[in-house]
Design a binder for this molecule. Sequence first.
Ligand code: 3AM
Length: 182
Amino acid sequence: MTRAFVGIDIPEHIITVLQPVQDRLPMGRIVPPENLHLTLCFLGDVSDPALEAVHERLSALHQPGVDITLSGLDWIGGAHPRAIVAGVVPHDGLTALHRAVLGACHGAGVVVERRRFVPHVTLARLGKARASAALNDVVLSHRLTPFGAFRAHGFTLYQSDLRPEGAVYTPLASYPLRSEAR
Ligand code: 3AM
């Protein structure tokens, strides 16, 4: 079985903006730069044949490239926040890509947990710790900070290995997005 997810890489020029913000967070496990991504779909543990079927379906998608704008710090996890994230400005193109990837996974027979799609880039994980007042202050002070924009020209199928020292994400395959809308 392979723990897998589909996501969009974050380009270097955005990582350069996000890192000083991560450095200001007074608590939480900081996501290392190579792990920063925007999750499109979490697959969970999938068998090799199912992973191959997902790969085939993702390869057959012909979605257009998506403009992604990152803005503002936020918490995710409801009443007990589990992560501090950079928000992603909602955008029809991104929603359409999310739906297409979800459809590909379903078509491949992978049961994907149904959660409302709230695009984000996780910057730090809190685990079971409660957010401190100092952390709340930093998040509030960056509520509306723009973190930049980029065009996603593709997306990636990742293997995720959970290790005591943190997750290791290994790209298994990348899929191009169309350079121009049809
Ligand atoms: O870093 P983000 O939030 O984009 O939170 C996990 C991470 O997303 C999410 O999948 C991405 C790669 O690990 N994830 C982990 N377990 C999950 C689950 N059971 C999950 N998403 C939905 N359901």
